[in-house]
Write a protein that binds this ligand. Structure first.
Ligand SMILES: O=C(O)c1cc(C(=O)O)c2c(n1)C(=O)C(=O)c1cc(C(=O)O)[nH]c1-2
Length: 251
């Protein structure tokens, strides 16, 4: 394999998984400067608000993304497993679900829930990134659509780092506000088990393995570009696009 993740042969399932983990190690948004500033305690309240408001667009799109994938699955057992993801985010009679918890997070940061839910103050690049995720799962093969969710292999690490740093370094944010992240720590590994099993079963040639690796890279790019946009608008050079959220503490 070359440095840009071009495979030169067919891999065994464990070898493929190693390559996927290497993609994460190099390209997951845990390495992004905006995330590093957040865990260093260096973001202002306004910058944290901008992050929550924009990230809402991603959260709100996840169930639509999973509904597209669900509609493409022919295997009933896999459909049943995948359906859990939609319930996790939309909720059911027993749980409010992740989208509601994200609204709670945004409210805890001092944002207006209606404004956040309307998505009208989101950055243009956030919208484009989220749309790119929807298009990927619609237009590419089911294997690539499923593989693109595998960034979740790395999310418990980024979430763990984020939550403990926020509780330590941002005194105005409490554990209740961050309640969104607690269920994710068990939901993500369960989701990954399902997605990885599918990938193992269906990516047995060099070509399909390359597709899986590329889908994961594209998904890392989607997450990365959302933080790029936040960084450009709210950290450096602080150029907020017309019509996007302007924090009260923007100096
Ligand atoms: O907090 C994070 O950094 C983070 C990352 C990711 C991810 O890596 O895609 C997800 C989530 N959170 C998350 O909460 C979530 O529900 C989720 C669903 C998916 C997906 O691709 O289906 N990724 C993620």
């Amino acid at each position: 394999m070359t440095a840009d993740f071009r495979l030169d042969r067919t891999l065994s399932a464990p070898q493929l998984e190693d390559v996927l983990r290497q993609v994460g190690a190099e390209r997951y948004h845990i390495r992004h400067p905006f995330h590093r500033l957040m865990v260093d305690g260096a973001l202002t309240r306004g910058q944290m608000q901008a992050w929550a408001l924009n990230r809402y667009c991603y959260q709100a799109t996840i169930p639509a993304k999973d509904a597209i994938i669900l509609s493409r699955i022919e295997d009933r057992a896999l459909r049943r497993a995948w359906r859990e993801r939609i319930v996790d985010h939309d909720g059911d009679a027993t749980s409010p679900g992740g989208i509601e918890r994200w609204i709670q997070l945004a409210r805890g940061l001092g944002l207006d829930a209606e404004v956040v839910a309307s998505q009208r103050l989101a950055l243009p690049a956030t919208r484009f990134a989220v749309l790119a995720y929807l298009r990927l799962v619609e237009k590419r093969t089911l294997l690539e659509a499923i593989a693109s969710s595998l960034t979740e292999m790395f999310s418990p690490q980024v979430i763990g780092e984020r939550v403990s740093a926020i509780l330590q370094r941002y005194p105005y944010i409490d554990a209740d506000t961050l309640g969104y992240f607690t269920p994710r720590l068990t939901q993500a590994p369960r989701d990954v088990d399902v997605a990885l099993a599918y990938v193992r079963e269906h990516a047995r040639t060099q070509d399909t393995q390359q597709q899986v690796v590329d889908a994961l890279i594209t998904k890392c790019d989607i997450l990365w570009s959302m933080l790029d946009a936040l960084h450009f608008a709210y950290v450096e050079p602080r150029f907020v696009p017309p019509g996007a959220f302007v924090p009260e503490d923007a100096g």
